[in-house]
Design a protein around this ligand. Structure first.
Ligand SMILES: *Cc1c(COP(=O)(O)O)cnc(C)c1O
Length: 424
């Protein structure tokens, strides 16, 4: 479900013609739909009408301040994985009391920052982290509310690079060690165990493995209660998949949320969700302009002004993004098969192989669909290309919410030592 469609022969985001945005902002650029972000947050919230829930949006999926502020206005909290993401969430208006802090490599400085801010929960991923967090909390005269992220050893079926819930993955505490670690947590002076956390992967379309993992986690939480731990929260992480191409049919967000409500109901748990992709993925597109068509003996390359530095998912995960023209194809328009590539000097700078598209000419503009999550956040300035700008649409209005940096800004942090600038 998203708000990108053709109207009057041109692709629109809500009420805004994307040709207008491309002409003003230039390409490449990302465009996000407020209505889509809001709708996704609401669908999930709706399933928890009768239960206490915190929707801690996963900032790493799309951390633009305007996107975060849009979700903050819907009552969302944030799941952060670094001090920087924590500060972003706070800057966008998300209260610390709605922030959970995940990740395997928290530093003492990040722990201190989060304790001083008074965040809702630390999702602790190892014994070493638990002990350091206790020390930092004691030093600051605080108590850290924690959930242990447990590794349920469930295969989620997604891409191996984004699976996180198998015993060989680096994430979480091994299932068999969880209870002993909760016992240790109870003895640590700076720690208060309040929940159990799990996150088994990303782009998961099948609710079966998730349900299995969440049932295990609820059973563990009840066992821990039986051992005297005051476990009040179940954090089910994120990971629900979205459709990237025709034929993809992941479970809809409503069914996902209903399943979680069902599995966790009846024990008075506060449920925490950490959705990322399902909220932001279909809420964004990347706009690009066709530069050249280049004929090789066995294929035709379509060379765009967007590269893997702007959208790395195809190069990183072999991910598919639909590519559609901003001008609506006419019925019967000629089709042509392209290898769609960018300008970066890497052979992996390829968005699609043998992709059939309505015939494209130099100067034509295209949209990469479903690029709202793990798009701009993973962009870089490789090849000294400016970081890709971002635009937020709301109804008939839009605003540039991250502008393209100038060359001076791009080089502003660098310094040539004096010994290189003074003649010998
Ligand atoms: C990445 C991540 C998420 C969000 O995952 P999505 O697949 O985008 O929903 C949630 N929680 C944790 C701990 C993560 O690492």
């Amino acid at each position: 479900m998203h708000h990108f469609s053709y109207s009057g022969g041109h692709l629109h985001c809500e009420g805004v013609n994307l040709e207008t945005v491309a002409a003003e902002v230039g390409t490449p650029c990302y465009v996000y739909s407020s209505a889509t972000l809001v709708r996704h947050a609401q669908v999930i919230a709706d399933a928890f009408r009768r239960q206490s829930v915190l929707i801690a949006y996963s900032v790493k999926a799309n951390g633009n301040l305007a996107v975060l502020a849009t979700l903050a206005a819907q009552g969302c909290g944030a799941d952060v994985v670094s001090g920087g993401e924590l500060l972003r969430a706070r800057k966008a208006g998300i209260p610390a009391s709605k922030i959970v802090f995940s990740g395997v490599g928290k530093t003492a400085a990040e722990m201190g920052l989060a304790l001083e801010q008074g965040i809702h929960q630390f999702n602790v991923e190892s014994a070493g982290e638990l002990r350091l967090l206790s020390e930092v909390a004691v030093r600051l005269g605080r108590e850290a509310p924690i959930a242990l992220r447990v590794n349920p050893d469930v295969a989620a079926g997604g891409h191996p690079n984004i699976s996180t819930g198998k015993s060989g993955d680096k994430f979480g505490v091994p299932w068999g060690e969880a209870e002993a670690l909760y016992a240790e947590a109870a003895r640590l002076p700076g720690i208060r165990a309040v929940g159990v956390d799990v996150h088994i992967g990303s782009q998961i379309g099948d609710l079966g493995p998730m349900r299995t993992a969440f049932e295990k986690v609820v059973a563990l939480a009840l066992r821990l209660r039986g051992q005297g731990h005051d476990i009040r929260r179940i954090d089910v992480g994120g990971g629900l998949g979205i459709p990237y191409k025709e034929g993809d049919a992941p479970a809809p967000p409503s069914a996902y949320a209903e399943m979680i409500a069902e599995v966790t109901a009846g024990h008075g748990f506060e449920v925490i969700l950490e959705p990322g992709r399902v909220i932001a993925g279909n809420a964004g597109v990347l706009l690009a302009t066709a530069l050249y068509e280049k004929q090789a003996p066995d294929r035709t390359f379509l060379i765009l002004d967007a590269g893997m530095n702007d959208l790395i998912r195809p190069a990183l995960y072999g991910a598919h993004h639909d590519i559609i023209p901003l001008v609506e194809p006419r019925p019967g328009q000629a089709m042509k098969t392209y290898d769609v590539v960018g300008p970066i000097c890497e052979s992996t700078d390829k968005f699609a192989a043998a992709r059939e598209l309505p015939e494209v000419h130099g100067g034509d503009r295209l949209a990469f669909m479903s690029a709202g999550a793990y798009g701009a956040v993973l962009s870089s300035a490789y090849n000294a290309r400016p970081l890709v700008p971002e635009v937020l649409v709301d109804g008939d209005r839009y605003e540039i919410v991250r502008r393209r940096p100038t060359f001076e800004e791009m080089t502003g942090l660098e310094r040539v030592p004096e010994w290189l600038t003074t003649a010998a």
